[in-house]
Write a protein that binds this ligand. Sequence first.
Ligand code: SF4
Ligand code: F3S
Length: 104
Amino acid sequence: AYVVTEACIKCKYMDCVEVCPVDCFYEGETMVVINPNECIDCGVCEPECPAEAILPDTEGGLEKWMELNATYSAQWPNITIKGETPDDADSHKGEDGKFDKYFS
Ligand code: SF4
Ligand code: F3S
């Protein structure tokens, strides 16, 4: 499956949700996640993200994010249409430590 990582936090551009053929994105306050059981590994979302937040789980070291995507995709509502990107999204692009600072 593909995984949404820290770079999404506070950016939430949502270009990814528009292109997913199986609608497997779920929306939280500060980021979106992918349901790993529904993702068919098509890869079309990865290049759509301006924050480069989406990676394949075959990339090493993503355990924390794989777990977070699995956990929250079971709790958060499904999102299939791009919503309003936060006004300050660009200022949080590439910022370090966003999980500790902002995740909710
Ligand atoms: Fe959806 Fe394809 Fe991205 Fe998986 S890889 S989340 S199926 S767009
Ligand atoms: Fe997040 Fe990128 Fe989608 S910032 S909402 S993963 S387009």
